[in-house]
Design a protein around this ligand. Structure first.
Ligand SMILES: Cc1cc2nc3c(=O)[nH]c(=O)nc-3n(C[C@H](O)[C@H](O)[C@H](O)COP(=O)(O)OP(=O)(O)OC[C@H]3O[C@@H](n4cnc5c(N)ncnc54)[C@H](O)[C@@H]3O)c2cc1C
Length: 422
C-alpha cells in the first residue's frame, strides 16, 4: 500500500517523453506535478523511436501501449542502395531494428502527443515558459520563471533533454558531462520523391550514412544524415543556418540522391543537427532537484534506446518517490541504483553503433554491402539476425522493473477500456 506522499508538488521542466511520462505516473501516485515547456505548444515533430524490452512493459503499465501500437510506424523493411540508386540488398524491419515480437516503433511526436493527451486534464502544463532561476533552501525550491512568475515547489525535475537547462542551472556547464562520440546527426522532413511507403533506404559513404524513410500514415519522408567529425564542430545549437551549411559541406560532391536531399534541407522548417553525444554524470540529483531521461543520461540517438530509457526512468523515479512516501533522498538514491547499470550498458552500445553507422573506409563498406547482399540467401541468416537482435535486446531489458502499485486516481486506457494502474 502506497503511503500518502510528502513533497507533493513537483515541477517538471520539459514536455517531450520523460516529462509527460513522469507527470502521468506522479499523478497516479497522488503527487501534484506541473510541467513547464519552453516551446509555445507541444512539439509534435521528430523521427521514429523504438519502444523495446522493458519500455514495452512500462508503456503497458502506464496504459499507453495500445495507443502506441495504433500509431506504429509499421515499417516493412529497408534496403541499401549504391551511388546509382541500384538496390544492393534488402532486409526486413526486425533485422534493421533489432526488434522482437511485442516491440514497437513510433514517431517521437506521436508518443509525446499520446502522453500529453493522457495527462493534460490532470496535470498543469505551462507552455512557452522556462525556469530562469531556482533556489533550493533545503525545505523546498523557489522557482523564478522567464515570464517573471515566482512559485515554490517541493521538488524540481529536469526532463529537458541533451542540452538540459536544469542541469546547467544546478550542476554546471554541459561540457563537464557531455561526451561527443565523434559524429553528427541531422534529420529533417521533405517531400517523399522516392516513393518509400513504410520503407527505409540507406546509402553508405566512407565516414557517412544517408537514410531516407517514410513511416505509415505520413505523407512526407524523413531525411537522416550521419557523418564523422572526431572533434566537435563550432556552431550554436540554435543557429540553423550555420548547421545547414555544415551539412552541405560534409556531403558536398556525394552521389545518389544526396544533392537533391540537401536541396530539401535548405527549405526544411524542422531541420535538426546535433552531435551524437553521451551525458555521463556521477549523480543525477542534488538536494531537491533530480534529472530524468536524456537530461540525466543521454545515450545518443545511435543507441536507439534513449526513448525507452526516458520512459523507464520516469516510471522508476515516480515509483520510488511513491514507495518512499515522497522522501526524496531515499527515492533519488534508489532511482539511481535501479537505473544506472542499465543506462551504462546502453551507453556502451551507442559507442559501438556510431562506428557501425559510419564505416570509415571503402573496404569496410564493400564488406558490409557483401553481407547485405548475401545475408538473405545464407543458411546463417537467422543466426546473424539473432545475434543483432540479442545484443539490442540485452540492452533493452537491462533495467530490472519493480512493481510500483499506483495509489492515485486511476484512469481508463481509452484504447482498451481497461482500468490501468500497475
Ligand atoms: C535524430 C534523432 C533520432 C533518434 N532516434 C531514436 C531511436 O531510434 N530510438 C530511441 O529510443 N531514441 C531515439 N532518439 C532519442 C530520443 O529522441 C530521446 O532519447 C528522447 O526523446 C529523450 O526524451 P526526453 O524527454 O528525455 O528529452 P527530449 O525528447 O530531448 O525533450 C526535452 C524537452 O525539453 C524541452 N526543453 C528544453 N529546454 C527547456 C527549457 N529551458 N525549459 C523547458 N523545457 C525545455 C524541449 O523543448 C523538449 O520538449 C533519437 C533522437 C534524435 C535527435
Amino acid at each position: 500500500m502506497t503511503r500518502p506522499p510528502v513533497n507533493k508538488t513537483v515541477l517538471i521542466s520539459g514536455a517531450s517523453v520523460a516529462g509527460p511520462a513522469l507527470a502521468l505516473r506522479l499523478h497516479r501516485h497522488g503527487f501534484v506535478p506541473t510541467v513547464v515547456e519552453r516551446a509555445p505548444a507541444l512539439r509534435t515533430g521528430g523521427y521514429k523511436v523504438d519502444i523495446r524490452g522493458t519500455a514495452v512493459e512500462v508503456c503497458r503499465r502506464m496504459g499507453v501501449l495500445d495507443a502506441i501500437r495504433a500509431d506504429s510506424t509499421d515499417m516493412a523493411g529497408g534496403s541499401y542502395v549504391d551511388g546509382d540508386g541500384r538496390t544492393i540488398g534488402e532486409l526486413p524491419a526486425d533485422v534493421f531494428g533489432g526488434r522482437v515480437e511485442g516491440d514497437d516503433e513510433i514517431m517521437r511526436g506521436a508518443l509525446a502527443r499520446i502522453l500529453h493527451e493522457r495527462t493534460r486534464d490532470d496535470v498543469e502544463y505551462l507552455f512557452g515558459d522556462s525556469v530562469a532561476a531556482l533556489h533550493d533552501d533545503g525545505d523546498g525550491v523557489d522557482v523564478t520563471f522567464e515570464s517573471g512568475t515566482r512559485r515554490r515547489f517541493d521538488l524540481v525535475v529536469g526532463a529537458d533533454g541533451l542540452h538540459s537547462h536544469t542541469r546547467r542551472l544546478v550542476f554546471g556547464d554541459e561540457r563537464r558531462f557531455r561526451r561527443h562520440l565523434g559524429a553528427y546527426i541531422s534529420i529533417f522532413t521533405a517531400p517523399d520523391h522516392l516513393g518509400l511507403e513504410r520503407w527505409e533506404t540507406y546509402h553508405a559513404l566512407p565516414g557517412k550514412l544517408v537514410c531516407v524513410y517514410r513511416s505509415a500514415g505520413e505523407t512526407d519522408a524523413k531525411n537522416l544524415f550521419v557523418f564523422r567529425a572526431p572533434t566537435e564542430l563550432s556552431f550554436h545549437h540554435r543557429d540553423v543556418t550555420a548547421q545547414k551549411r555544415l551539412l552541405a559541406d560534409a556531403f558536398a560532391g556525394d552521389g545518389w540522391e544526396v544533392p537533391r536531399l540537401l536541396g530539401h534541407a535548405a527549405d526544411a522548417d524542422d531541420f535538426y543537427l546535433d552531435s551524437l553525444s553521451l551525458i555521463e554524470m556521477d549523480r543525477w540529483s542534488r538536494g531537491r532537484v533530480v534529472l530524468v531521461g536524456d537530461a540525466a543520461h543521454c545515450a545518443s540517438p545511435a543507441s536507439g534506446q534513449g526513448t525507452g530509457l526516458a520512459l523507464t526512468g520516469a516510471y522508476v523515479l515516480a515509483g520510488e518517490l511513491a514507495a518512499a512516501g515522497g522522501d526524496h533522498r531515499a527515492a533519488f538514491e534508489e532511482y539511481e541504483r535501479v537505473m544506472r547499470p542499465g543506462v551504462e550498458q546502453n551507453q556502451r552500445l551507442a559507442e559501438g553503433f556510431v562506428k557501425e553507422m559510419t564505416l570509415d573506409t571503402k573496404r569496410k563498406i564493400a564488406l558490409r554491402m557483401f553481407m547485405v547482399r548475401t545475408l538473405p540467401k545464407t543458411p546463417w541468416r537467422n543466426l546473424i539476425a539473432k545475434k543483432i537482435r540479442d545484443d539490442i535486446q540485452k540492452a533493452a531489458n537491462a533495467v530490472p522493473l519493480k512493481d510500483y502499485p499506483a495509489g492515485g486516481t486511476l484512469r481508463a486506457d481509452a484504447s482498451t477500456g481497461a482500468r490501468t494502474g500497475a
